[in-house]
Design a binder for this molecule. Structure first.
Ligand code: HEM
Length: 415
């Protein structure tokens, strides 16, 4: 055993061996990595905080399209397909959040938005036609060629935004540049991605940024539109809950301009939040997901799902398990009263999936749904249509022939 002096580490001379020295080197390397990861994680979190924080008089107001709704419902009670109108609203607000782009798609046609809708329809169709599953056959077909063209258009839009943003970036002092930008406006998702670095301190490539932005654009619109449409349906079926939500919002925003709804307000809407959660239980926007088993799974009855098998996870089935949710078809927001939720497994309610690949946009989605509902309920009353909608279980939970409700304007000025 040799005697080593390590004064440069502040250590007294110690009796050590090459093994101890190796341990010290590996330990120091690991510590350095952990510190670097922690810093990168902290840094990303700090930057992401500025992404969803709405400014005080928030721009989201303009992307709700309330004026359009008021106009549509101006002749008393109007029959509207919630999916059609709310999908445009969620696309409009996402394009603003991700690219700072005003699509105005709720008032006039937008080629980009029409293409995202076309892509969603093509993906849905492909998932249901086994012959379209093989890339080789798909890209030879008419739908495959449409899909290819639509991807090109969406990619070109994102590329152009990234190119333009890079062009205006200073070569030095990027952090200060973004700090100044954040003072005058909310950073958008492209800004956040431009600022992000991986654990080695390497920035994302343009291709990485495009992939992230397009994934959020694609994954965030239909799901949230479905969530919102079904909450409005459930509140239309239960006017007593709808009225209680409206009163909660009115109480919260009394003496204030509704346009000034703030981030912290969203935590002050407990009943409305319970109504949203109960709707996500009864009508989960993503009814199924799939997972590939990375190890053998032993079921309670002893049968084994072997490693490598892809399993379909039936979220709608989990949410209708009568042993956890008595009378599962009944819409009852009080199931999510904190008192009644005690002791319930967190895996009994999984609208955003669970585990490491759960929905990365869930906080954003919950915030968006609460803002939209709060402002909608202040201005409109929602009533059931004469035809009862039938659930249509596709990649997204839709309704056969659309989800029609009657909408009546309340006597509140939109100015
Ligand atoms: C009510 C609204 C939403 C619901 C119910 C929902 C649900 C889900 C579910 C169930 C998954 C897991 C999919 C799977 O495992 O196959 C998922 C993933 C994802 N969601 Fe959402 N989502 C919503 C809104 C959003 C929004 C607004 C965004 C972005 C702005 C978003 C972005 C994503 C992304 C990027 C993933 C993939 C995450 C990964 O694979 O690591 N989602 N979502």
């Amino acid at each position: 055993m040799s005697l080593l002096s390590l004064p440069w580490l502040g250590l007294r001379p110690v009796a050590t061996s090459p093994w101890l020295l190796l341990l010290l080197v590996v330990g120091s390397w690991l510590l350095a990595r952990i510190l670097a990861w922690t810093y990168a994680f902290y840094n990303n979190c700090r930057r992401l905080q500025c992404f969803p924080q709405p400014p005080k008089r928030n721009w989201f107001w303009g992307h709700l399209g309330l004026d359009k709704w008021q106009h549509l419902a101006s002749e008393g009670s109007s029959r509207l397909d919630m999916f059609e109108h709310i999908s445009l609203m969620t696309l409009d607000s996402l394009q603003k959040c991700i690219f700072s782009f005003d699509s105005h798609c709720q008032e006039r046609p937008s080629e980009y938005i029409a293409t995202i809708l076309e892509l969603s329809a093509l993906v849905e169709k492909r998932s249901q036609h086994i012959l379209q599953h093989m890339d080789f056959l798909y890209y030879l077909s008419h739908d495959g060629r449409r899909f290819h063209r639509a991807c090109r258009l969406v990619h070109d839009f994102t590329d152009a935004v990234i190119r333009e943003r890079r062009r205006t970036l200073p070569t030095q002092g990027i952090d200060d540049f973004f700090k100044d930008k954040a003072k005058s406006k909310t950073l958008d998702f492209i800004d956040v991605l431009l600022l992000s670095k991986d654990e080695d301190g390497k920035a994302l490539s343009d291709e990485d940024i495009r992939a992230e932005a397009d994934t959020f654009m694609f994954g965030g619109h239909d799901t949230t539109a479905s969530g919102l449409s079904w909450v409005l349906y459930n509140l239309a079926r239960h006017p007593e809950y709808q009225e209680r939500c409206r009163q909660e919002v009115q109480e919260l925003l009394k003496d204030r301009d509704p346009k000034e709804i703030e981030w912290d307000d969203l935590a002050q809407l407990p009943f409305l939040t319970m109504c949203v959660k109960e709707s996500l239980r009864l009508h989960p926007p993503a009814p199924f997901i799939s997972r590939c088993c990375t190890q053998d799974i032993v079921l309670p009855d002893g049968r084994v799902i072997p490693k490598g098998i892809t399993c379909l996870i039936d979220i709608i089935g989990v949410h209708h398990n009568p042993t956890v949710w008595p009378d599962p078809e009944v819409y009852d927001p009080f199931r999510f009263d904190p008192e009644n939720s005690k002791g319930r497994s967190p895996l009994a309610f999984i609208p955003f999936s669970a585990g490491p690949r759960n929905c990365i946009g869930q906080a954003f989605a919950m915030a968006e749904m609460k803002v939209v509902l709060a402002l909608m309920l202040l201005h409109f009353r929602f009533l059931p249509d004469h035809t009862e909608p039938r659930r249509k279980l596709e990649l997204i939970m839709r309704a056969e022939g659309g989800l029609w409700l009657r909408v009546e304007p309340l006597n509140v000025s939109l100015q």
